[in-house]
Write a new protein. Structure first.
Length: 248
């Protein structure tokens, strides 16, 4: 793989302002891509991430977008294409993660998680598809180990990610041969700013359960996304666990 395998290409990543999304956006920029990121409420973080992308010598665009709504998604895709002139890569990263006991899970919370985690990627892919077909582009969805293994207090999240994994396979069949579609499914990812909130003990617990004896990093996820973004176009319909063996 060349130093900048995405030079001359452009990418749109939802939820790219912070956390894992930011790491992916910067990895794509380092690989040579111009990058548009969407945000819903993290305007300041989005502006900072866009500045970081530009500092790497790439064009950047921060777009306010709510992936739950067709008009918002349509406008975001149009803005990215209008700014860069093309769209080669879509990363469906925007998601809601929350913990709720199943016996007290409300319909509103179930719908809220599915609207973002499953309907959002469908809408983004559908609106971007004409541009991706023209570019023989790629889609990478961000799933979760929770979509492969049930977690008792995250039923709505797990079900939404399992739906996204299945949607990945359907897209891969439907959009071939022009567009490849794959999914990266992270396990426990260390996010330094949130370890206090999550609890250091919880992080240590998962690290101890992981065969690799550590938790994943944002860069681990970003490099897996980059593989699907810049690797063989022939690879499609895959769900890749980035979990250090935690799901084994």
């Amino acid at each position: 793989m060349t130093t900048q395998p995405l030079r001359g290409k452009s990418a749109l990543i939802t939820g790219g302002a912070r956390r894992v999304g930011r790491g992916i956006a910067l990895a794509l920029a380092r690989a040579g891509a111009d990058v548009a990121i969407t945000f819903r409420s993290s305007q300041a973080e989005a502006a900072e991430t866009a500045r970081e992308i530009e500092s790497l010598g790439r064009r950047a665009l921060a777009i306010e977008c709510d992936v739950r709504f067709e008009a918002s998604v349509r406008a975001a895709v149009a803005a990215a294409v209008g700014s860069f002139g093309r769209l080669d890569l879509v990363i469906n990263n925007a998601a809601i993660f929350e913990s709720t006991p199943l016996d007290s899970l409300t319909l509103d919370r179930w719908d809220a998680v599915f609207e973002t985690n499953a309907r959002g990627p469908f809408l983004v892919a559908r609106e971007a598809l004409p541009h991706l077909l023209a570019a023989k582009g790629r889609i990478v969805n961000l799933g979760s180990l929770g979509g492969m293994h049930a977690w008792a207090n995250h039923a709505h999240y797990c079900a939404s990610k399992a739906a996204l994994h299945s949607l990945t396979l359907s897209m891969a069949k439907a959009f071939a041969p022009e567009v490849s579609v794959n999914c990266v499914a992270p396990g426990w990812i260390a996010l330094e700013a949130e370890e206090i909130e999550r609890g250091a003990g919880q992080a240590a617990h998962f690290a101890a359960k992981t065969p690799m004896q550590c938790n994943g990093s944002v860069d681990d996820v970003a490099q897996a996304v980059l593989f699907f973004a810049a690797g063989p176009h022939f690879i499609t319909g895959q769900v890749l666990a980035v979990d250090g063996g935690l799901g084994l």
